[in-house]
Design a protein around this ligand. Structure first.
Ligand code: SF4
Ligand code: SF4
Length: 168
């Protein structure tokens, strides 16, 4: 059986209503002078720590060399199958062409990516990193499938003191 809840009767002061309105306006007025915590996006943007896990991007070393060797481990481990790699060769005149490879194409579908970071963790070459970029948008679905060039623009450069094939 439904329980009838007695509504508390308003006392004479509450029935005036005006004190409640004044109280509400007072609260609004007080908030006006508090420091702003709302970010005026997109003019103001959140600054994240370096280890923030935003969109993954490919990186080059300080000499502009591609670090990715197209081993496809990240493609294999990616849970939503967001990565597609087309393995390729280094140009014949590259000093490491006899021992190393590079991706011919590398795609990440950011409509699928769940920003889990497994690609960064598994990469034996430290070639893919989660960046601080957290906003990706486009006017059609294809705009969110990034190709190799876009991924290198996203990842930028990472200084790599280990030059494993130098002089070999
Ligand atoms: S962050 Fe996760 S989901 Fe996104 S590409 Fe890397 S492994 Fe795939
Ligand atoms: S990013 Fe790393 S794991 Fe992925 S293919 Fe390149 S070298 Fe392999």
């Amino acid at each position: 059986m439904a329980k009838v809840v007695e509504r508390k009767k308003l006392n004479w002061f509450e029935q005036l209503y005006l004190p409640a309105i004044a109280q509400g306006l007072g609260m609004t007025f007080k908030e006006m002078f508090k420091p702003h915590i709302t970010l005026q996006y997109p003019e103001e943007r959140q600054v994240f720590a370096d280890d923030y896990r935003g969109a993954p991007g490919l990186v080059k070393d300080q000499d502009g060399r591609e670090k990715c060797v197209s081993c496809q481990l990240c493609e294999f481990v990616c849970p939503p199958k967001a990565i597609v790699i087309e393995p390729g060769e280094l140009p014949a005149d590259d000093t490491a062409a006899n021992v190393e490879k590079a991706p011919k194409e590398f795609f990440i579908d950011f409509l699928r990516c769940i920003y889990c970071g497994l690609c960064e963790e598994i990469c034996p070459e430290e070639a893919i990193f989660m960046t601080s970029r957290y906003e990706l948008n486009g006017s059609k679905r294809e705009d969110l499938v990034f190709n190799k060039q876009q991924l290198y623009e996203l990842g930028g450069t990472r200084v790599d003191p280990i030059k494993k094939w130098e002089g070999k």
